[in-house]
Ligand binder design. Structure first.
Ligand SMILES: [Zn+2]
Length: 202
């Protein structure tokens, strides 16, 4: 996911399944296949179980949907519909599907847990920090820096901050300074908030 600009999507309002891609197109079929593979991963299962424990609706058919998206985005969380959108035209591997799903599940979990006001930049920043920290978004850094015994924590923090800023810029009409200020303001408490995990997942 390192090459991607962001994983956030403004949802395209294609009349469902009747846009340039139909439900029988190969991208949609592959997306469904990878989705069904991803929901069996221990990590995704744990997130879904944690949401059920909070009493949130978990309906995979209804809430995890493969759709075409605009631009280079990979996925998004539609809070009004309580749906996670998985972008069938940009998710390029099963591993990527799992990372996107995990990232968006953190948003879904936050939405269920805290009744997030997604128009409030500090609420949004907090969820983006948690999603970047707890999904695979910054694992590249971990893998590469774990070999050295220093700087790991700082790099994880920098990666999470940068990812969160980019994600905010994709879903909210603010400039980079505003986004970065919001991330800095809430960073410490949101970076430390690992719920529902005990530690940053390996
Ligand atoms: Zn996000």
């Amino acid at each position: 996911m390192a090459e991607q600009e962001s994983s956030e999507a403004e949802r395209i309002n294609y009349p469902a399944r009747h846009g340039p891609f139909g439900s029988d197109n190969k991208y949609h079929v592959v997306c469904e296949k990878w989705k069904n593979y991803a929901i069996r991963s221990p990590y995704v299962k744990f997130m879904l179980e944690s949401m059920k424990k909070l009493g949130c609706e978990v309906n995979i058919e209804k809430q995890l949907v493969c759709e075409p998206c605009s631009g280079k985005v990979l996925g998004g969380f539609d809070s009004r519909a309580s749906q996670i959108v998985l972008c069938e035209n940009t998710i390029y591997s099963p591993g990527c599907m799992k990372d996107v799903l995990t990232h968006e599940l953190i948003h879904a979990y936050d939405h269920c847990r805290a009744h997030v006001d997604w128009l409030n930049i500090h609420h949004l920043a907090c969820s983006e920090i948690r999603a970047a920290n707890l999904s695979g978004d910054c694992f590249f850094w971990k893998e590469n820096l774990a070999r050295f015994n220093f700087g790991l924590k700082q790099h994880q923090q920098k990666c999470v901050k940068d990812r969160a800023v980019k994600s905010i810029l994709c879903v909210m009409d603010v400039d980079e300074n505003e986004a970065r200020n919001a991330v800095d303001t809430v960073f410490d408490s949101c970076f430390a908030d690992l719920d529902p995990f005990d530690r940053i997942p390996p």
